[in-house]
Design a binder for this molecule. Structure first.
Ligand code: SAH
Length: 221
């Protein structure tokens, strides 16, 4: 039994329904994305003081002074990325690992990188315990992408750069899509969708967002 006197499984089901309702009401309507988000328990990716708020539609603090993004923003970014079952995806900014876990249910393989060794280790342990065997988590400065694994069908950046990093544009397949926040770290940023065409790149501005900055080099944790 939980504090409110309801059996734990009833509150869990109700919590999940509210979580999915919030996603839908904020524009996450793609069935595959909703199913993936229903299957990945955000509660596993938030630790300590904030764990009880894991099912609310808000960003929360994680280790290394970083944040796990707001679920509706995760949903909208995943939806814009339009991941296909055979895709190889690169995520820059592993953070808690939540976004990578969702991508792993939609793609063939997910590479996720973070500049903080500790976040990569903790996320990697979670992926293993959840049986998400198609995610490769690595410590790296993601602004250079992963040249050895490139090109990618999809690239998702979850930290804001002033402009789309050149190496990431270069590592996108023709026909591929990259979704990323761009803008100054202390101002409102724009979520951008970049599609690589045979002749160049097409840019579409999706919505205002706020992300932690994409920082050069590796972190000290
Ligand atoms: N996608 C994450 C949230 C990411 S927060 C989740 O689902 O929880 C942004 C992350 O980007 C932080 O963990 C930060 O360490 C990382 N980051 C910032 N600059 C980076 C860089 N140059 N290379 C790789 N990771 C970077």
């Amino acid at each position: 039994m939980s504090e409110d006197g309801l059996p734990d499984d009833a509150t869990a089901a109700e919590r999940k329904m509210r979580f999915l309702f919030a996603l839908r009401s904020r524009g996450v309507t793609d069935g595959r994305v909703l199913t993936a988000m229903e299957r990945v328990d955000r509660g596993q990716f938030v630790r300590g003081l904030f764990a009880e708020r894991a099912y609310e539609d808000m960003p929360l603090p994680i280790a290394c002074g970083q944040t796990i993004s707001q679920p509706s923003v995760v949903g909208l970014m995943t939806q814009a990325l339009n991941v296909q079952p055979r895709d190889t995806v690169l995520e820059v900014g592993t953070g808690s690992g939540y976004q990578a876990a969702i991508l792993s249910l939609l793609a063939r393989r997910v590479y996720t990188v973070d500049r903080h060794r500790r976040l990569v280790k903790e996320a990697g342990d979670l992926f293993r315990s959840m049986g998400l065997v198609n995610i490769v988590a690595m410590t790296a400065d993601g602004s250079f992408g992963l040249p050895d694994q490139a090109p990618f069908d999809r690239i998702l950046v979850t930290a804001a750069a002033e402009d789309p990093p050149g190496p990431l544009l270069a590592q996108l397949k023709i026909g591929g899509i990259m979704v990323l926040p761009v803008g100054q770290s202390d101002a409102v940023q724009s979520l951008i969708k970049v599609t690589r065409l045979t002749t160049g790149y097409e840019y579409e501005e999706l919505r205002p967002v706020r992300f932690v900055p994409l920082v050069e080099g590796l972190g000290n944790e």
